[in-house]
Design a protein around this ligand. Structure first.
Ligand code: HEC
Ligand code: HEC
Ligand code: HEC
Ligand code: HEC
Ligand code: HEC
Length: 455
C-alpha cells in the first residue's frame, strides 16, 4: 500500500490495518487500484487514451478476423473434405463432379442458423466417432438426416426450369480387338412443371407431384409401396406385387405410424451427383473417350476392365495386377510393342492411367467402391428408376384385381436409343434384344417407321 493511499484513507477516518498484522496474501487481496483520472485537457493523457483505443480497436479487428477465418475455414470444402481422412472418398469424387465448385455446406447444411448449429453439434459427434474409431466403413448412405432437397438443391436449381428435352449420347466401346466405339443416342424427356399452365410431366414430374414410398432396406433399393398424392388429397397406391401375393398391406399403416414413409425429392434420383463412383466399365469408357487410355492398343478396353474388376486387398496388389497386363501384351500381342513402339511409350502411360482409375474409384481404407453406393439417376448399372418402374409395382381395385403397373415402357423416359457401332448404325439396344428387320439399319427408319409398319 503506498503512502498516498494510506494518507487518503487516514483522512477519511478509516481504520488502516498495518501490514505487520496481516499475512502477505491478505494484503494482496485488499489492494485497490488507484483512481484513474483522465484529463482530456492534458495532451499526455489524450495521447495515451488515443493509443489505448487504437490498440483495443486493432485487437478487436484481429479477434474478429481470426474468428471469421476460423468460421470460413470450418465451412470450407477443404476443411470438410480433408480434416478427417474418413472423407477421402467423398472429397475425391466431389472434386471430379459437376459440383466441384459448390461448397459441401451448400448441400449438407444449407442456409439458416438452426441448421448451422445442428451441423456443428453433429460435427462434434463425428469428431468423437473418429477419435474413438467407431464410425462405419464406408460412411453409411443415404444420409438419413440430410436436409430436404427443397431447402438446399432448390436454392440453386429451380424445379420450374426443366422444360426442354435433352439429347444425350453415351459412348461405350466394344470388347473387340479394335475397341470399336458404341454410341447410344437418346432424347431424355426432362419435363418438369410449367407454372403458367400448371402442366407437370416427364422425368421431373415427381417433384411437383408428391410421391411417397416405403423402402425395405437401408439403402432404399427395394421399394415395397408407392403412394401418389392426387389433386383431391387422396392417395393412389402401388404395391410391390410380391407383397400382394403374400397378402401384406398392413405394413403401410405401420410405416406411417413409425414415420418411415419418405417423400421423394431430388436426392432420391440425384443421390450421387457430388460423389459418384463410376463402375470399371464407365471409368474405362470415359478414359478411352478422353484419350487417356490409348484406343489403338488391341483389346485394351476388355483388358482394363478385367484388371479393374476384382476386389483387391490393397492398392499395391491392384497396381501389380494392372502392371501384369504388360506381360499379356508381350506374349499375346508382341506386335504392339514392335513396329517402332516401345512399352515405355505405348503401354506404360496407359497402365499408369488404369492405375489412376483404380485409385480414384476404390477406397480400401473406407471399404468404398462403386458397388457400395448405387446411383439412382439411371437404370444401369444399378436399378435406379427401375426400383419402381419395373412393371412389378401395381395398383389394385376393391376386389384385389391388378389395375395398372408403374410403367416400364422404354419411351416413357426417353426415345428408344439409337445405337451406333463404329460407322454402322445398330438398331438393337443391348437391353432390347428382339430381332429387328434389315431396314432398320438405315437411319431413315426412325422417321419412316410409323408409315411403313403396316407393310
Ligand atoms: C451438390 C450437393 C453436394 C455437395 C456439394 C456435397 N455433397 Fe456430400 N452428399 C450429397 C448427397 C445428396 C448425399 C447423400 C448421398 C446418398 O443418399 O446416397 C451426400 C453424402 C455425403 C456423405 C455420406 C457418405 C456417402 O458417400 O454417401 C458424406 C460423408 C459427404 N456427402 C461428404 C461431403 C463432403 C466432405 C463434401 C465437400 C467436399 C460434400 N459432401 C459435398 C450432396 C452433396
Ligand atoms: C450452390 C449452388 C448449387 C447447389 C446448392 C446445388 N447445385 Fe446442382 N449444379 C450447380 C451448378 C452450377 C451446376 C452446373 C455444373 C456444370 O454445368 O458444370 C449444377 C449441376 C447439377 C446437375 C447436372 C449435372 C449432373 O450431375 O448430371 C444436377 C443433376 C444437379 N446439379 C443436381 C443437384 C442436386 C440434387 C442438388 C442438391 C443435393 C444440387 N444440385 C445442389 C449448382 C448447385
Ligand atoms: C425421378 C428422378 C428425378 C428427380 C426426383 C429429380 N431429377 Fe433431376 N434429372 C433426372 C434425370 C434422369 C436427369 C437426366 C440425367 C442426365 O442428364 O444424366 C435429370 C437432370 C437434371 C439436371 C440436369 C439438366 C440438364 O439440362 O442437364 C438438373 C440440374 C436436375 N436434374 C436437377 C434436379 C433437382 C434440383 C431436383 C429436385 C428439385 C431433381 N432434379 C429431381 C431425374 C430426376
Ligand atoms: C419411388 C418410385 C419411383 C422412382 C424411384 C422413379 N419413379 Fe418415375 N414415377 C413413379 C410413379 C408412381 C409415377 C406415376 C405413375 C402414375 O402415373 O400413376 C411415375 C411417373 C414417371 C414418369 C411419367 C410422368 C408423366 O409425365 O406423367 C416419368 C417420365 C418417370 N416417372 C421417370 C422416372 C425416371 C427417369 C426415374 C429414375 C431417374 C424414375 N421415374 C424413378 C415412381 C417412381
Ligand atoms: C423410368 C424411366 C426409364 C425407363 C422406363 C427406361 N429408361 Fe432407359 N434410361 C433412363 C435414364 C434416366 C437413362 C440415363 C441417361 C443418362 O445416362 O443420362 C437411361 C439410359 C438408357 C440407355 C443408355 C445407357 C448406357 O449406359 O448406354 C439405354 C440403352 C436405355 N436407357 C435403354 C432402355 C430400354 C431399352 C428401356 C425399356 C426396356 C428403357 N431404357 C427404359 C430412364 C428410363
Amino acid at each position: 500500500m503506498n503512502l498516498i493511499r494510506r494518507k487518503r484513507k487516514e483522512a477519511k477516518g478509516k481504520a488502516v490495518k498495518t501490514t505487520e498484522t496481516n499475512p502477505p496474501h491478505a494484503k494482496q487481496k485488499r489492494r485497490r487500484w488507484s483512481r484513474v483520472v483522465i484529463d482530456l485537457g492534458n495532451p499526455r493523457h489524450r495521447r495515451k487514451l488515443l493509443f489505448g483505443l487504437l490498440a483495443l480497436g486493432l485487437a478487436s479487428i484481429v479477434f474478429i478476423v481470426v474468428n471469421v477465418k476460423i468460421y470460413e475455414y470450418t465451412e470450407s470444402s477443404e476443411f470438410c473434405g480433408t480434416a478427417c481422412h474418413t472423407m477421402a472418398p467423398e472429397m475425391a469424387r466431389y472434386e471430379d463432379s459437376p459440383h466441384a465448385n459448390v461448397e459441401c455446406v451448400k448441400c449438407h447444411i444449407g442456409p439458416g442458423a438452426s441448421f448451422f448449429v445442428k451441423s456443428k453439434i453433429d460435427g462434434m459427434r463425428q469428431v468423437y466417432a473418429v477419435l474413438t474409431d467407431t464410425f462405419s466403413r464406408p460412411i453409411s448412405s443415404p444420409v438419413h438426416n440430410l436436409r430436404p432437397a427443397r431447402e438446399t438443391c432448390e436454392t440453386c436449381h429451380s424445379p420450374t426450369s426443366f422444360k426442354d428435352n435433352i439429347i444425350k449420347t453415351i459412348i461405350h466401346y466394344d470388347n473387340d480387338e479394335a475397341n470399336t466405339p458404341l454410341q447410344s443416342t437418346l432424347i431424355l424427356k426432362m419435363g418438369g412443371w410449367q407454372e403458367s399452365t400448371g402442366v407437370s410431366q416427364g422425368i421431373h414430374w415427381h417433384i411437383t407431384n408428391p410421391v411417397y414410398y416405403i423402402a425395405a432396406d437401408e439403402q432404399r433399393q427395394v421399394i415395397l409401396w408407392i403412394g401418389v398424392e392426387q389433386n383431391d388429397g387422396s392417395m393412389k397406391e402401388y404395391f410391390a406385387r410380391d407383397m400382394l401375393t403374400m397378402a401384406q398391406t398392413s405394413f403401410v399403416d405401420t410405416a406411417f405410424e413409425k414415420d418411415e414413409v419418405r417423400l421423394m425429392d431430388c436426392i432420391d434420383c440425384h443421390n450421387r451427383t457430388a460423389h459418384y463412383i463410376p463402375s470399371p466399365t464407365e471409368a474405362v469408357d470415359d478414359a478411352i473417350n478422353t484419350g487417356l487410355i490409348d484406343r489403338t492398343i488391341p483389346y485394351i478396353r476388355a483388358k482394363s476392365i478385367e484388371a479393374l474388376t476384382p476386389s483387391y486387398n490393397s492398392t499395391a496388389e491392384a497396381y501389380t495386377a494392372i502392371e501384369a497386363l504388360a506381360e499379356f501384351y508381350s506374349v499375346s500381342h508382341p506386335e504392339v510393342l514392335t513396329a517402332g513402339i516401345s512399352t515405355e511409350t505405348l503401354l506404360a502411360p496407359t497402365l499408369k492411367q488404369i492405375q489412376a482409375i483404380y485409385s480414384e474409384t476404390n477406397f480400401p481404407e473406407m471399404a468404398q467402391t462403386w458397388e457400395t453406393n448405387p446411383n439412382n439417376a439411371r437404370h444401369t448399372p444399378s436399378l435406379g428408376c427401375l426400383r419402381c418402374h419395373d412393371g412389378k409395382h401395381v395398383s389394385v381395385n376393391e376386389t384385389g384385381q391388378e389395375v395398372e403397373a408403374i410403367s416400364v415402357k422404354c419411351n416413357l423416359c426417353h426415345t428408344v436409343p439409337i445405337i451406333g457401332r463404329g460407322d454402322e448404325l445398330l438398331v438393337e439396344s443391348p437391353v432390347i434384344t428382339c430381332a429387328t428387320p434389315d431396314s432398320h439399319a438405315d437411319f431413315r427408319w426412325t422417321i419412316e417407321h410409323r408409315s411403313v409398319t403396316d407393310a
